[in-house]
Design a protein around this ligand. Structure first.
Ligand code: 0PR
Length: 382
């Protein structure tokens, strides 16, 4: 559609949009089974609109919002066992991982920097490697699809600027052996970044609820930085990711002078950036409290276990027992692609994992038991 010379009426614009929006899937329908995002909480949406004009790229103009961002980072730090962390509310896990790799590279200042990431790492590390000119080395996974620490040791060299561990892998939702990686990084004096984009708003609350999960955060002395995304299980609106570092020197290592702005240094990749996300994230964290998030993650795990049990009962094979809220499975007589295609014809949007190939279901809070039952009916029908 071209832009008209004379503007349309408000009603006309909204009517046109309504028609287009019908083509979008909605989380409420329960049909989105392959997404790590979900409907933001209504309070978070309200606060987001309230702060819509706030720009954290020029924080001196928005001192209130800047204070909210600092509060969010402190709350995230407390969740990750170090309230003194420094960091920012950024656009999501990709920008957070990019900032971590940039800090690791800058602080070591090596001429031919290399990073070691698990084979299961999110593709944002490939973007980081390309943009920052890092040599990316992929560590093998063990038979349990978690990173094989021996393989990390083999790849380690005098050019290594960072090792990455994942707390909640994108495809299978598994937690790497972060305590072992932390010991290794302490011994070798190497930067350890933990990508907890998914797991960061899940693992601490499941642990509080009594689940047995490994440490992945600043309790471990070797951990230097953590990515954690409120716009996944944190129920915040997109875009909201957080990057936190153990000390100010990491932010300083990548700060750029911004002479004519109200704050003279900037470490984020993005310049003009949403203050609305920081405010909405603040609001939802204060509103939910530990108790609220514990309820959300326990509910998601209950639905995850229900789906896993149903799949096994109906003869499907799970790739692994789910550790967080992702179930990956295969049918004994159909490829994941063929199955995903048949499911799509019935309105279900699932995704397919690459290693190993399987149908992958992410059980976010918009997926209720009745959706899983309806899904199982269609699946067994196929
Ligand atoms: N780290 C991990 C472990 C991730 O899983 C993801 C995203 C990122 C980093 C990057 O985060 P941003 O996408 O916020 O930059 N994982 C999901 C994925 O790629 C993102 C996603 C969300 C995909 C919703 C689809 C979707 O509908 O699968």
């Amino acid at each position: 559609m071209e832009m008209d010379f004379k503007g349309l009426s408000r009603d006309k614009v909204l009517k046109l949009l309504k028609r287009v929006k019908r083509e979008d899937l909605t989380y409420d329908s329960g049909k989105i089974l392959g997404s790590m995002c979900t409907s933001p909480h209504p309070l978070a949406k309200e606060v987001f609109c309230e702060f819509i004009e706030s720009n954290l790229g020029d924080p001196g103009l928005f001192k209130g919002t800047r204070a909210l961002e600092k509060d969010v980072i402190r709350m995230i730090g407390e969740l990750l066992a170090d309230p003194n962390v420094v960091g920012h509310v950024v656009t999501g896990g990709t920008e957070a991982n990019l900032m971590a790799m940039r800090a690791a590279r800058n602080i070591t200042g090596l001429a031919e920097p290399e990073i070691i990431v698990p084979r299961s790492a999110h593709f944002s590390f490939k973007k980081a490697a390309e943009i920052l000119r890092l040599n990316l080395k992929e560590a093998a996974l063990g038979p349990d699809y978690r990173v094989d620490v021996d393989s990390v040791v083999e790849l380690l060299s005098s050019n290594t600027v960072a090792i990455v561990g994942i707390a909640g892998t994108t495809e299978l939702g598994l937690v790497d052996p972060i305590p072992e990686l932390s010991r290794l990084c302490e011994d070798e004096g190497v930067y350890l970044h933990v990508d907890a984009a998914l797991g960061g708003f899940i693992i601490p609350f499941l642990k509080e609820a009594g689940y047995d999960l490994p440490d992945f955060d600043f309790r471990l002395d070797g951990v230097t930085s953590v990515t954690i995304d409120p716009h996944k299980m944190g129920l915040a609106p997109i875009p909201s990711g957080c990057i936190v570092f153990r000390g100010q020197e990491y932010l300083d290592s990548m700060s750029i002078e911004t002479p004519y702005l109200t704050e003279k240094q900037q470490s984020t990749i993005v310049g003009t950036r949403s203050g609305a996300s920081a405010a909405a994230t603040w609001a939802i964290m204060k509103y939910m409290g530990h108790e609220g998030y514990i309820r959300v993650v326990k509910d998601s795990m209950r639905i995850t276990q229900f789906l896993a049990r149903e799949l096994k009962r109906c003869g499907f094979e799970l790739v692994t027992e789910p550790q967080l809220n992702i179930v990956a499975f295969n049918s004994p007589d159909m490829s994941p692609e063929a199955l995903a295609y048949e499911l799509e014809l019935r309105g279900w949007s699932v995704s397919i994992s690459s290693y190993p190939p399987a149908v992958r279901i992410v059980l976010m809070p918009h997926i209720k038991k009745e959706h899983v039952k309806a899904f199982m009916e269609d699946l067994t029908g196929i």
